[in-house]
Every structure is written in C-alpha cells, then in structure tokens.
Design a binder for this molecule. Structure first.
Ligand code: SF4
Ligand code: SF4
Length: 463
C-alpha cells in the first residue's frame, strides 16, 4: 500500500513534544492540517459555508446540507481554510473536502450547555451537531421516524466501539446519552446490549443504570451494519431488507453516538472529535481522542509511528472494515479503529475454487448463501444475486473469514449490492448461458469461476 514518505519512521523527539507533522529540512515549518470531507455519512454531501482564506474556529459550522438527509460538518481546529478540493476519502473514493491549516490555538465557538432539555431542544441540538450512527445514518433522521418507538437499544457488542468509547469516565456520559435518546424518541425503556464475555462492561454499566434501563447479555457481536438483525433478535419482529429498526419499534444506537449525543445536547459541543483505538503494528498502541480530519498518518505518528514496515492499514476492524490505499486519508465521524497489519499478516494467498464446504452458509447471521451469491457476483449475474437476497447481507465478513479457499465473498457481495443499487441490468443477449452452478469435483474447467475480465460486467448497462 502507498504510505507517506515518513511512514516507516518512528516518531522523533520533536514530534513527541509538539505532535506536529514532519518538518522537511530547510523548509518553513509545516503546520498541522485537517482534511474534513463534505460527505461523511450515507446521504447527500453538504455545501461548504466557508471560502478559501477564511479563518475558522473550533466547533464552527463549515458545511451544511440542503436536503433533509445531509449532515452538517464543523471545524475541528482553529485556523485558516487553505483549500476546498477533492481529497481521498477512507471509503476509497475522492470527495470534496475542506482543508484547514491549524493556527495551533484552541480557540472555539462558545459551547452552550443545557440542563434538562426538552424533546424539541434535543432534536435541534442533534441536527446542529451533525451526529452520525456508526452505520452511516444521521441520528437526527433516525429519530424523526413516524413509527411509535418503545425502546432504545444501545449496542455495546461492537468491539472497536466499545474499546474506543467505553472507558471508565465515559460510561456515565453514555448512559446520559441513552436517556436523551429516550426523551427524543418518546421511548419508555432502554436496553444495553452487551456480549456475555464482556463481564467488565456489563458490571460497569449495571452499577450506573437508571430507571427503565436494563442490561441484556448476548452471545454474538453485532456490527454497526447489523442493526436490523439486533432489533429482530431483541423483539422477534421481522424487518424487511429495506426496513429499519423503527419498524420493530426500536432505535439502535452505539457508545460512539450516545457519547456524541450527550456532548452535543448537554455540553453544546458538535461532533468534532472521535475516540479511536489505534492497534496492530504500532509502536505504542493506544486509545485516544482525535480531531476529525486528522490524517491516519498523523494519528499513527502520535502513537509512536509504525513498528516496522506496514503492510496494510484498515479502518474499523479487520473483519468488515475498509482497507486503505494510503495513510494520508483522514479520520471521519464514523472512524472508531485504525489497525496496521505487518506484511506477513496481510492475506496474499491466491483465491481458490469453492469446495462447497458450506462453512460460509453455517456462519451467515442472515441465513443466505454467501458462496453462491459471490459466485454469481463474480460473473456479473447480479439479477441472480438479487434472487438469492443479496441485499439482506449485513456485511459482517464472516463468510470470507471462514472460507478455506480464501474466496473474497464479502467484496464480491458488496460489489453486487452496489451494482443493484445503481440499477445495473444485464441485457438478455449478453447473458452467458454456459454459466452453470454445480459440483466442482470433475476435471473440467467450470465456467462458474471464470475470471471477471470479459464477463457480463462490461456488457451490462445502467437503466
Ligand atoms: S458478509 Fe457473508 S456471512 Fe456476513 S451477512 Fe453477508 S453473506 Fe452473510
Ligand atoms: S465459498 Fe468458501 S466457505 Fe463457502 S462453500 Fe465455497 S469454499 Fe466453502
């Protein structure tokens, strides 16, 4: 992967003292920069409210959406806007971003604190603060549902979220955030969902619980994309692929968002910092609070740098996170983890044929056929993927993790989901009648596993 020039170096004494970016010899000192993408959630990008050369302070709103599903963004530093241009985004595309050079001060807007806010005040604060759930949906929009909400579920089974946010002093704030979500959604109760093996968190939460709130221990970890499944497991109410937990009368939130809700509503601070777990091949792995827009490279340097040459950087966990093409991408509102893998840890094996072991089927939490769907996705037959309910996939990554043939099941499934969302259709005449499913045990080459090149993907069209 492409690393910045100094990626292989560990932190210098000067960096440790100043926590600034490397200063090349003979040049003016580089000031700390943040790159804040105008799109950080599932929805529309916002429009910049500032221009190049404007000065901004911490917490100042610098981007606002025009439609109802856009999320405001705020400056995480005090300084000067030096550019508004496309920059690499951690979800692997370029997005328009506001680049701010910090002046090194902590000047900020006046944060307005609040006590016992009403439902309307909470909703206003959440809209202003630009809070996003870890699955990318704006918290404010989730709360605007017309469905009757009975319960707020706080998912504390997502390992990255828990390790980053559930530190001692944050637990009380998280519970306060849950209470605010209950008020905002008119829910009469809340349940904190904890993995049964995480006894420490369960007891820390239990000791601080208020009325109408209980802890429920579960056997599995629910990733942010598994909110519908979590809602179903808790209520036994089925939710359609296009539905939301509100269909089962619940709101699902996370420690990350509950903490942000508490800060926004009671302390008046918008979402400008996130707590991160920095782990893997790092000199000093740690949990730290980072300004949104800080590059992964700077975060790693502030943890002592890489402990050797990195092989891969992953955002938000190794199972279903996103591998980065460079460490120059910036931390966004939904970043909870940065993991550096060494070259030997990175999977380089060649993908083999499916041996029909069905391990992927056994582990799939939504009971679909991952290997079969991935096979269709591999040859561009997205209509078949649709018939096999590819849109029900919650992208947990387990089917790729357990596959003995190292098949890229998750990547292929994501590809098919994206293609279907974009209305991809294969013209009849370009479909491949020779493609068939079946046993791989004979010696004949099977069309099912033909390489992607030249197969219908290129012959398809968008409606
Ligand atoms: S990633 Fe694989 S195992 Fe997980 S839900 Fe999707 S198909 Fe099932
Ligand atoms: S895709 Fe992998 S895990 Fe699934 S049946 Fe084939 S070999 Fe087994």
């Amino acid at each position: 992967m492409a690393m910045s020039d100094s990626a292989k170096n560990t932190m210098t004494d000067k960096e440790k003292n100043n926590n600034t970016i490397d200063t090349p010899e003979g040049t003016e000192e580089h000031r700390e920069q943040v790159v804040i993408p105008l799109l950080q959630h599932r929805g529309a990008a916002c429009e910049p409210l500032v221009e190049v050369e404007d000065t901004v302070v911490r917490g100042q709103k610098i981007g606002e959406g025009e439609d109802g599903f856009a999320v405001s963004i705020h400056s995480s530093v005090s300084g000067r806007v030096i550019a508004i241009e496309d920059r690499l985004h951690p979800h692997c595309s370029k997005q328009p971003s506001i680049i701010i050079e910090s002046d090194g001060t902590s000047e900020s807007i006046k944060f307005k604190t609040s006590k016992n806010p009403s439902k309307a005040q909470i909703l206003n604060s959440l809209e202003d603060a630009g809070i996003i759930e870890l699955n990318g949906y704006p918290t404010y929009n989730i709360l605007l549902t017309e469905k009757i909400i009975d319960t707020v579920l706080l998912n504390l089974t997502n390992i990255g979220d828990v390790s980053s946010n559930c530190t001692g002093e944050n637990i009380s704030k998280i519970i306060a955030g849950v209470k605010l979500l209950m008020t905002a959604s008119d829910a009469s109760q809340a349940a904190i969902i904890v993995n049964k093996n995480n006894k420490q968190i369960a007891s820390a939460i239990r000791s601080r619980l208020g009325a109408n709130t209980k802890v429920i221990t579960v056997k599995r970890n629910y990733m942010p994309s598994m909110t519908n499944l979590l809602a179903y497991d808790m209520t036994s109410i089925r939710i359609s692929t296009t539905g939301t937990p509100a269909d089962a009368g619940v709101i699902v939130s996370s420690a990350h968002s509950a903490l942000a809700v508490e800060r926004a509503v009671l302390e008046g601070i918008p979402l400008i910092d996130v707590n991160l777990t920095v782990s893997g091949m790092i000199s000093a792995p740690c949990v730290k609070t980072v300004s949104i827009g800080t590059s992964f490279h700077d975060v790693v340097q502030s943890c002592g740098g890489y402990a050797g040459e990195p092989g891969k950087i992953i955002m938000n966990g190794m199972l279903s996170g996103t591998a980065q093409v460079t460490d120059e991408v910036s931390v966004i509102k939904t970043t909870t983890e940065i993991t550096a893998q060494g070259p030997l840890e990175v999977l380089r094996e060649k993908t083999g044929s499916c041996v029909h072991c069905a391990r992927c089927v056994d582990v799939c939490p939504v009971n679909i056929l991952p290997g079969r769907i991935a096979a269709f996705a591999d040859v561009g037959k997205y209509d078949e993927c649709e018939k096999l309910h590819v849109q029900s996939c919650v992208e947990c990554g387990l089917c790729a993790y357990v596959c003995p043939s190292s098949r890229h099941n998750l990547q292929l499934i994501r590809f098919a989901k994206t293609a279907l969302l974009q209305g991809f259709k294969i013209p009849e005449e370009k479909q491949y009648p020779t493609i068939k499913l079946g046993c791989q045990s004979c010696n004949h080459p099977c069309h099912m596993w033909a390489p992607l090149d030249g197969i219908p993907l290129k012959g398809g069209s968008k409606e």
